[in-house]
Design a protein around this ligand. Structure first.
Ligand SMILES: Cc1cc2nc3c(=O)[nH]c(=O)nc-3n(C[C@H](O)[C@H](O)[C@H](O)COP(=O)(O)O)c2cc1C
Length: 129
């Protein structure tokens, strides 16, 4: 399980609906991220997560957005502890999520710092499942 705290880059989205201020844009983005974590049909449910490899190369893969914490500015995904991405994230915690929704016509590119959580209520529940 990974926790990702992030800051949103406003220059990366294409906004069709009328949003006037950075605060309105930020609010709408968080709203859509929250929707995506609860709606398996939302296009932002399956972002691409790009990471740096220890050998200097880069890697990217589709993941499922599991939970969104608007207050803490955190996204959560789950993965297998043996996954190569764990090695990459442990070596370099900076990563990027890319979300695309044709319905919204929005691309969201989010720079994140990722922490790997192997303990806690959710990790414990997953481990014992
Ligand atoms: C629709 C879709 C959703 C996926 N969701 C996840 C996920 O939530 N977590 C995960 O670890 N891998 C997920 N995968 C698999 C990854 O894309 C990837 O193949 C796998 O995690 C191995 O990546 P790695 O070698 O970089 O660790 C998903 C793949 C697809 C096609």
């Amino acid at each position: 399980m990974l926790w990702a705290g992030f800051g949103i880059s406003f220059d990366e989205k294409i906004v069709k609906i009328l949003l006037q201020t950075p605060d309105e844009i930020r609010h709408q983005i968080w709203k859509e991220l929250s929707r995506a974590s609860n709606d398996r049909h939302h296009a932002w449910r399956t972002p691409v997560l790009a990471t740096a490899c220890p050998n200097g190369l880069v890697n990217a893969r589709t993941v499922i957005l599991r939970t969104v914490n608007m207050i803490e500015g955190q996204l959560q995904i789950f993965t297998d502890a043996r996954s190569p991405k764990i090695t990459e994230i442990t070596a370099a915690s900076n990563a990027v999520f890319v979300f695309w929704s044709s319905k919204l016509s929005w691309q969201l590119r989010v720079r994140v710092t990722i922490s790997v959580l192997t303990a806690g209520p959710i990790a414990d529940a997953l481990g014992s499942a």
